[in-house]
Design a protein around this ligand. Structure first.
Ligand SMILES: [Zn+2]
Length: 402
């Protein structure tokens, strides 16, 4: 495009630039309505009579060194000759309510994808409350509604959004990674309202649902999608196992002598870590612990054995392996481990359903980090609608630059 001077940057249809005043910090652009064009009623499109003109200001994108760019324009109040409605007309692209151009609001929203709201002020002089309102308005307008057709695989999970027991329920499309739904709480009702939005055909399109076996979701899914397979996914089951390790570690610590307490202390993450993520010092202290404490050693060995279940590709051998693992747990001599094994047998179909539906846990796991990052950027959770839109944006446009 051929640009004739700086005026071309302020080409608002139906308006002409009358004056541009500049200092290094501030640009002021005066816009006058182009009288060659008639006024159109925003309600019915008929010709509108002009009643009065008032000058208004709106902020625009930074220009050069001037971070503050102010448009001063004629807002026209008028009355429609056809429908009788009163209206105030603003140049297209100016959000009268925000007193800013849409392009500035979109720029701030774009920054808000990568910066905490409170840091945006370093790039554009808007405070974090304004950045929040603009980002919310842009996302509400721009993000498409959740696609609830052809769902096939759903992932359902709860997330703590605040330290003290504030949870949300999330539903994700397990194939596309699109976040479809978020509601406060982790009870049945929190999930039920998702299914209330689905038509019978949309429900019928779901073949499998991945979730944690604890919690209230199982019953809701059983009732709403009786035809779908439920998969207790690897990520959650291993997290369940880690909770048992933690319980045993605390029990052993209570029983231990003062000297042994020292060896157990601080080993929590060492017990969970993959060998490749341990330093040699961490490996050494873990080995000392496993030599000293039989029950923790048992938990540790059976953890690796448990993970091997997901190497199986066929149902028969996987079922046999699970039964064998449960027997090991039964004879391990660790009561909590025995109970965990028995509880697995009760839900073995849901555990083994991964053979039929290789649900990728990666999308859920990766999303945890995204949620934490977004909560940090948004300076806590101001507004659950906002949190949902931010998470949806990330789920729809993956791989933001690190
Ligand atoms: Zn009208």
């Amino acid at each position: 495009m051929y640009v004739r001077g700086i005026r071309a940057l302020f080409a608002f249809p139906g308006y002409v630039v009358t004056k541009i005043s500049m200092t290094t910090d501030l640009v002021q652009v005066n816009l006058r309505r182009d009288r060659r064009y008639g006024l159109k009623c925003p309600a019915c499109g008929a010709r509108m009579g002009q009643n009065r003109i008032k000058l208004q200001t709106a902020r625009d994108l930074p220009l050069g060194t001037a971070l503050m760019v102010l448009l001063v324009y004629e807002a026209v109040q008028g009355r429609c000759s056809a429908c009788g409605a009163w209206a105030t007309l603003h140049p297209p692209g100016i959000d009268d309510h925000a007193r800013a151009t849409r392009r500035l609001m979109e720029f701030v929203s774009r920054l808000a994808r990568f910066l905490p709201l409170s840091h945006i002020e370093e790039v554009v002089p808007v405070d974090d409350a304004t950045a929040f309102r603009w980002d919310l308005a842009v996302l509400q307008e721009k993000l498409p509604a959740p696609n609830l057709d052809d769902l096939r695989i759903l992932l359902i999970d709860e997330k703590a959004v605040r330290k003290h027991h504030r949870y949300v329920t999330l539903v994700m499309n397990g194939i596309t990674g699109e976040l479809l739904y978020m509601a406060e709480g982790k009870k049945k009702e929190s999930l039920q309202s998702f299914f209330d939005r689905l038509s019978p055909q949309q429900k019928a399109s779901v073949v499998a649902v991945g979730m944690d076996r604890a919690g209230a979701y199982y019953e809701v899914v059983k009732a709403q999608l009786p035809h779908a397979d439920i998969v207790f996914d690897k990520f959650h089951l291993i997290a369940n196992y880690h909770a048992v390790i933690d319980q045993v570690r605390r029990e052993e610590w209570r029983k231990a002598s003062a000297r042994d307490k020292d060896v157990i202390k601080g080993q929590r993450y060492n017990l969970f870590r993959n060998p490749s993520n341990r330093t040699s010092r961490q490996t050494q202290s873990l080995m000392n612990l496993l030599h000293m404490n039989r029950n923790l050693a048992m938990m540790y060995i059976l953890k690796d054995a448990f993970k091997k279940l997901w190497d199986y590709q066929r149902l028969g051998p996987a079922r046999k392996y699970l039964a064998r693992w449960v027997r090991w747990a039964a004879v391990s001599g660790v009561e909590a481990l025995r109970r965990f094994g028995r509880s697995l047998l009760k839900v073995k179909d849901e555990v083994l359903n991964f053979i039929r539906h290789p649900i990728t846990i990666g999308s859920l796991e990766a999303f945890n980090a995204t949620i934490e990052r977004i909560i940090y950027r948004a300076c806590g959770v101001r507004n659950l609608d906002y949190l949902f839109l931010k998470l949806r944006q990330e789920s729809l446009e993956p791989d933001p630059p690190k």
